[in-house]
Design a protein around this ligand. Structure first.
Ligand code: FAD
Ligand code: NAP
Length: 346
């Protein structure tokens, strides 16, 4: 009995695992020791063992927001924890508990089948549920943190399971407490809270255009379908051409810098942000520098969306970072704005 339990608590280990199909850039990386994590209970023992041997380790979800080197030394934890269920409901809200390894888009589709609207604007974002809180994924004016009640994780510093509330998770624009403390938390489960009142969020131009004066208002399922359709037209499918979505974050600048830029570039694409700040569309800055559709060796700038770098085949992390540097330098020279890389560089 005990040995059966122990076996279940052991993460499956594969030495020298190829990760080409576990990262959306399609980079040919080899993980020295790949552990498949299918249950939270596997983590305490494994982390203790890794700590005693002192190898480096990192967590990998679906690999849609990472740049992998050719060799990943030490341990790579592949987060495959399954499971999703409605765990509580009252007059105002419904709570849903989801394993870190569940596919994000399939989860969003499932919530709509359960008549739990809210996440429809975040349809078709690749990756896992466990990674969603890390950069507080967002699209079309909705951020996942708005719907997260709490996050369950193994804290590798305290060597204990912890539950972080929405407030403790400190969600911000493509940022969170987890992202600011890399290598500390391994997210095992996310608890979502869906309010029973719902209103469509259509402020982004592409959605507003699609549902212009719609009467009655679109349902969450209508918005889900529209988001899938719009994204499929604009973004490269990682199964066809390797990419990690937006490669740079949208820079947020002071109102003074924004005013100066507007004088020089009256067509600047920007949006009011937090008080005193403006968000610039990084894609527009890159496009203005003439990079759209350009190539440098095996990598390039996607021809339909300048914010996306693509792997035309056979690229490695150095090729990608070289092109990123060229873009950053040109944007800095033209606009005096620093572009920060969004994907995590391993
Ligand atoms: P990975 O890429 O595997 O990991 C990302 C980071 O999270 C790494 O640092 C990793 O260590 C950490 N991590 C992963 N899982 C865990 C865990 N369980 N515990 C602790 N740390 C973990 N992002 C948006 O915000 N909005 C978008 O609209 C969007 N669109 C995209 C479109 C495309 C075509 C692509 C390729 C990417 C897009 N992204 C977008 C980026 C990406 O999909 C998200 O960041 C996604 O949440 C990453 O999930 P993942 O499971 O692939 O994480
Ligand atoms: P878009 O709608 O063409 O807009 C271009 C940029 O302007 C976006 O980056 C967006 O910022 C900003 N923007 C547009 N309308 C806005 C508004 N009403 N208020 C505030 N900001 C506004 O963008 P897109 O390229 O087609 O992408 C659509 C959505 O999917 C965006 O939210 C984008 O972030 C998201 N997306 C993210 C990734 C990724 O990897 N992170 C990849 C693809 C798409 P925001 O980015 O802050 O929303």
């Amino acid at each position: 009995m005990n040995s059966a339990k122990n076996a279940l608590n052991q993460a499956k280990l594969t030495p020298n695992m190829g990760l080409k199909h576990r990262n959306t850039f399609g980079l040919d990386a080899i993980a020295e020791l790949a552990y498949e994590i299918t249950s939270a209970e596997q983590l305490p023992c494994l982390l203790k063992e890794l700590r005693s041997q002192n190898p480096v380790w990192r967590v990998l979800g679906g690999g849609s927001n990472v740049i992998l080197p050719n060799q990943l030394p030490g341990a790579t934890l592949l987060m495959n924890i399954p499971g999703q269920e409605v765990c509580k409901s009252d007059e105002q809200n419904t709570w849903v508990s989801v394993g870190a390894g569940v596919n994000w888009h399939e989860f969003v589709a499932w919530t709509l089948e359960q008549n739990l609207p809210g996440l429809e604007n975040l349809a078709l974002i690749p990756g896992t549920v466990g990674a969603a809180p890390i950069q507080n994924i967002g699209a079309y004016g909705v951020e996942v943190g708005e719907y997260i009640d709490s996050v369950e994780a193994f804290d590798s510093v305290e060597q204990a399971f912890v539950t972080l509330s929405q407030a403790a998770s400190q969600f911000a624009y493509r940022d969170s407490h987890f992202k600011r403390n890399p290598q500390r938390y391994i997210v095992t489960k996310v608890i979502f809270k869906f309010p029973k009142t719902w209103k469509p969020r259509l402020q982004y131009a592409d959605l507003a255009k699609q549902f212009n004066h719609s009467n009655p208002l679109p349902s969450a399922k209508d918005i889900f379908s529209a988001v899938c359709q719009i994204r499929s037209q604009k973004l490269p499918d990682p199964n066809v051409i390797g990419n990690a979505g937006s490669f740079f974050q949208n820079p947020v600048v002071s109102n003074e810098q924004h005013e100066e830029l507007l004088k020089q570039f009256p067509n600047l694409v920007s949006y009011p942000d937090s008080p005193g700040m403006h968000k610039l569309a990084a894609g527009w800055l890159i496009d203005q520098c003439g990079f759209k559709g350009q190539r440098l060796g095996p990598v390039g700038v996607y021809e339909k969306q300048a914010l996306v770098l693509v792997n035309h085949g056979g690229a490695n992390s150095t090729d990608i970072l070289n092109l990123a540097k060229v873009i950053q330098e040109k944007v800095m020279k033209t606009f005096q704005v620093q572009l920060e890389i969004e994907p995590n560089i391993f």
